[in-house]
Design a protein around this ligand. Structure first.
Ligand code: GBH
Length: 478
């Protein structure tokens, strides 16, 4: 059959509307669409960043190196040898960053605290200058009506901690640090995320070596690193609660988001099973307080060594779960014992500027739904969502990042579906406020809704910032 042109389609649609006796003016269709895509009152709109990716000032205020300083300064580890030495210079420009947030109209800012600013040696004596810095940042945010959300660990582990995450002591050092920050800030900061993305700082750092500290350990040791990562989270939750009775505590995690290829009972069940199984050593263990037997059996002699009390700490109840959502994995039901098969991806599958950000906006809905169906968390935040784009400043001085607008709009449409169906999503943080140091990709990938000229750290709102501002103002997908 010959494809209909748009115009023919329009005529047909108009004709059938007329037949049905509908004579609505054209604009009312658009109107209904926006009204139907509302978020609830009190929904938190925000932006996210992380300390090492934006702060720079790596030798100021008593800070000592993190494993990322060392890694980035090791030849061959990051794109073009890029480092976070200067990054966005947000350590000095935090007032300007706050202005950008204020212009967007956001209610929340998810920022991370640099552990080596607070404890330059990882433990021992706290550094007052580091605490003072973040007190000033919090002052500025609160004065502008923006609620700070702290991530206590976004990968910048103090270099001084012997053995890094290979050492169980690091989990205890982390808990001491987390408790200390909660104690210092909980009068004004109400929400804490313990750690960001277990797999990124354990597997990528210690198994594949793509991230700091760049090790490639055998499976047994790498699984032990994973265990120390989730143990740190659990001990951290306990320490935060012990130091700050009113603090709200959760984790920011990026479970693989499984989308059922067909929305029917079997495939939905397959997506749920895949979510539990494929995230076994991380989110599953944290939300169940137990590694699934299938994981321990699969790993056999390489399974982690667990001490008394570990799993209880790891399973500490949370006030919310933060989800970083970027890409889907498609899954279907099959007759296998595990009950699902993950679909291979064809080479032509579309992606954003980073090849791993394949575009499948339904992942937003399913990430929320799978987690809620499995574990019924009290509340969910989308702690990160966004994309890289090959942004350029036009001669007119603008960044026309329509593909990022497409990405945000379609993902938020799917988030709105989750909210409308009653899943307890309380807020959404765009990754990221600013272009920044994108880890191993250095400055080659831009994720900001503000463009940063890395020659002078000047910020420029992109079209996506304008779009986000309109969405926030309407509390709806626009
Ligand atoms: C998040 O990581 C981080 O929390 C944030 O700091 C980061 O800037 C943001 O997303 C954007 O990347 O090259 O195919 O091996 C996302 C998790 C883990 C995704 C590493 C990319 C490498 C994929 N990332 N992964 S690949």
């Amino acid at each position: 059959m010959k494809e209909m042109t748009r115009r023919q389609f329009g005529k047909t649609a108009a004709a059938s509307a007329a037949l049905a006796g509908l004579t609505l003016p054209e604009y009312s269709f658009g109107q209904a669409a926006v009204e139907g895509r509302q978020f609830p009152q009190g929904f938190v709109w925000g932006c996210a960043t992380a300390a090492y990716q934006i702060e720079g000032a790596v030798k100021e205020g008593g800070r000592k190196p993190s494993i990322w300083d060392v890694f980035a300064h090791t030849p061959g580890k990051t794109h073009d040898g890029d480092t976070g030495d200067i990054a966005d210079d947000s350590y000095h420009l935090y007032k300007e960053d706050t202005r950008l947030l204020k212009n967007l109209g956001v209610g929340g800012y998810r920022m991370s605290i640099s552990w080596p600013r607070i404890f330059p040696d990882g433990k021992g004596k706290p550094n007052a200058a580091g605490v003072d810095h973040y007190q000033r940042v919090v002052d500025e945010l609160l004065a502008n009506g923006i609620t700070p959300y702290f991530t206590l660990f976004h990968w910048d582990l103090p270099q001084a901690l012997e053995g890094g995450w290979q050492s169980r002591d690091t989990a205890h050092a982390y808990a001491d640090y987390a408790g200390y920050v909660a104690h210092q800030f909980s009068d004004r900061v109400k929400a804490f995320f313990t750690t960001n993305e277990f797999a990124s700082f354990t597997d990528l750092g210690y198994r594949t070596g793509q991230f700091a500290p760049g090790l490639r350990l055998p499976a047994g040791q790498a699984n032990q690193v994973r265990h120390h990562g989730i143990l740190a989270h659990g001990l951290g939750v306990q320490a935060i609660r012990a130091n700050a009775a009113t603090a709200q505590v959760g984790v920011a995690e990026n479970p693989t988001a499984f989308v059922p290829v067909i929305e029917d009972r079997e495939n939905i069940e397959a997506a749920r099973r895949a979510t539990r199984e494929e995230n076994a050593p991380f989110l599953t263990a944290v939300l169940e307080g137990k590694y699934p037997d299938s994981y321990l059996e699969r790993e056999g002699a390489n399974a982690p060594k667990i001490e008394d009390g570990d799993m209880k700490a790891i399973g500490s109840p949370l006030d919310f779960v933060g989800l970083n959502v970027y890409s889907p994995h498609y899954v279907r039901a099959d007759g296998s014992p595990q009950g699902y098969a993950i679909e291979p991806r064809q080479a032509s599958y579309p992606h954003m500027d980073s090849p791993w950000i394949i575009v499948g906006p339904e992942c937003m809905y399913w990430a929320v739904r799978n987690v809620c169906d499995l574990w019924h968390p009290r509340a969910i935040y989308i702690t990160e969502n966004g994309c890289s784009a090959e942004d350029v400043v036009t001669p007119a001085g603008r960044v026309e990042d329509t593909e990022r607008v497409m990405y945000l709009r379609t993902h938020l449409t799917n988030l709105q579906r989750a909210v409308a169906e009653g899943f307890p999503v309380k807020g959404y943080f765009v990754w990221s406020l600013l272009d920044n140091f994108e880890w191993a990709d250095g400055y080659s990938k831009r994720f900001g809704i503000h463009y940063v000229d890395f020659r002078n750290e000047k910020r420029l709102p992109k079209l996506s910032a304008e779009w986000y501002r309109a969405a926030i103002a309407r509390n709806a997908v626009v």
